[in-house]
Design a protein around this ligand. Sequence first.
Ligand code: GTP
Ligand code: ZN
Length: 218
Amino acid sequence: MTLAKSKAIFDNDDYNHFPEVITEPKSPVSEAEMMQAVRTLLLGLGEDPDREGLRDTPKRVVKALKFLTSGYQQSLDELLNGAVFHENANEMVLIRDIDMFSSCEHHILPIIGRAHVAYIPNGKVIGLSKIARICEMYARRLQVQERLTAQIADALQGLLQPQGVAVVIEATHMCMVMRGVEKPGSWTSTSAVRGIFADSAKTRQEFMSLIRHSPDFH
Ligand SMILES: Nc1nc2c(ncn2[C@@H]2O[C@H](COP(=O)(O)OP(=O)(O)OP(=O)(O)O)[C@@H](O)[C@H]2O)c(=O)[nH]1
Ligand SMILES: [Zn+2]
């Protein structure tokens, strides 16, 4: 199937109307105000925001935070770019070890980990890279790991109406490592299963056994 032909099918398809909700409104705060707030933070920390090393820090922090939360500005429609194709595949598709960087919404500190995403098609498949892009879009928002996991699963379920979707995220939270309870080496696993992965223990186990042998996780 050519890409052009696939796109034509895609254009007529109902997945275009998958209700992607942008949960965050456009910001009413200017960059100048954000930089001023970072300057205040620096003062609060007892620093001198006018010393050479910190002079451009408010600007850098705002730029970095905007990048780390740039998923708010994206939508599924935009990132898919038409890459959903009709295909009579009905075996499990698994992408494992998708690197992931998110930010916890409680402390705005990094969540670092990997996602494993599987689905069993039901007439439609998605461009493989788009699965990683969907993970990135939701990761680049302020998150809790459970919601991030569920959002990825629900996006694929809504886009493809597959037989089922399974998502596992294994991550370490810097708010639990560098501060607070200070537990380096702790990993949090979350899963979200939909359709046949929820209904069939055998299918779920097949997925779990395929992702299990990753050497980095225990
Ligand atoms: N369920 C869940 N909790 C998270 C996630 N990221 C951070 N948290 C937790 O959010 C909780 C916030 O608890 P609070 O007691 O309000 O904040 P805190 O005083 O900074 O808590 P400590 O981290 O225990 O020092 C902490 O237990 C964090 O570990 C996440 O992705 N999922
Ligand atoms: Zn946190």
